[in-house]
Design a protein around this ligand. Structure first.
Ligand SMILES: [Zn+2]
Length: 252
């Protein structure tokens, strides 16, 4: 991620949210337009050595920021050797996503913030600060090696059940659920979650006899949960702020 860090230095980015427009200008992106397009975004060469980025006007602000950072990354990794600056092969896309993550939530800004006990409310605060989606922020922080818990993304299905769409084993933490697990409405655990938009959760896993604690927030059709084994860390029980970012801003 040296490319991204160098760019942040050159553009004197010293605070969040990261000024992506300044970075774009620095790399010769002259125009950023929001158009009625189906693609998330596109980098267009204008012929005079400058570029424009087209973003979908239908995407939420946080998604637009991620897309802009991704297109900036394409420009950063492009060379006469690999030619194309449009979206291409999987390794290039993965590299651009990693660079975009570093541009949006730079490691240097997060080391202090993430040293505290993590929970969903901490992720929410960081998501607001960095203008990223809650889901992307959670993954980013955990990918940095912070945290000792598992981030679980449950998606509502039409029948009212919840299906886990994120692997809880990514960070070496053995959460009591598997990717694809479905929580049907008969479980008291789920019924409790359904009653509120956010709250604390305790779960006794029959599988290994461990008690897990965490908190969750429900946004649109997604329930985002952070779980830790009981006693692993002190869970915050303070009241959470009632003013939260708009739901539409957090998820696309
Ligand atoms: Zn791409």
């Amino acid at each position: 991620m040296e490319e991204a860090r160098g760019l942040l230095d050159q553009c004197r980015i010293e605070r969040a949210p990261v000024d992506l427009v300044r970075i774009a200008r620095h790399l010769g992106i002259r125009r950023i337009r929001e158009l009625d397009v189906r693609l998330d975004g596109q980098l267009v060469e204008l012929g005079d050595g400058s570029y424009e980025v087209i973003l979908s006007r239908h995407a939420p602000h946080t998604r637009q920021r991620f897309t802009l950072a991704h297109e900036i990354a394409h420009l950063l990794v492009a060379s006469p050797d690999n030619g194309s600056m449009s979206c291409g092969d999987a390794p290039t896309e993965e590299l651009c996503n990693q660079i975009a993550a570093e541009l949006l939530i730079p490691t240097r800004f997060i080391s202090d913030a993430a040293a505290t006990d993590l929970d969903v409310s901490v992720f929410r605060g960081l998501a607001t600060r960095f203008q990223c989606s809650l889901e992307a922020t959670g993954w980013r922080i955990l990918n940095m090696g912070q945290g000792t818990g598992a981030l679980l993304i449950w998606r509502h299905r039409d029948d009212g059940s919840l299906e886990l769409s994120a692997s809880p084993h990514t960070f070496g933490f053995d959460a009591p659920f598997e990717n694809g697990d479905v929580l049907d409405g008969a479980m008291p655990f789920v019924r409790k979650l359904m009653q509120r938009n956010e709250g604390l959760v305790t779960y006794d896993a029959p599988r290994n006899g461990t008690t897990y604690q965490g908190d969750y927030v429900r946004l649109n059709k997604v329930l985002l949960m952070y779980l830790k084994p009981e006693g692993n860390q002190t869970l915050k029980t303070r009241r959470r702020a009632t003013s939260a970012p708009g739901q539409g801003e957090l998820f696309g």
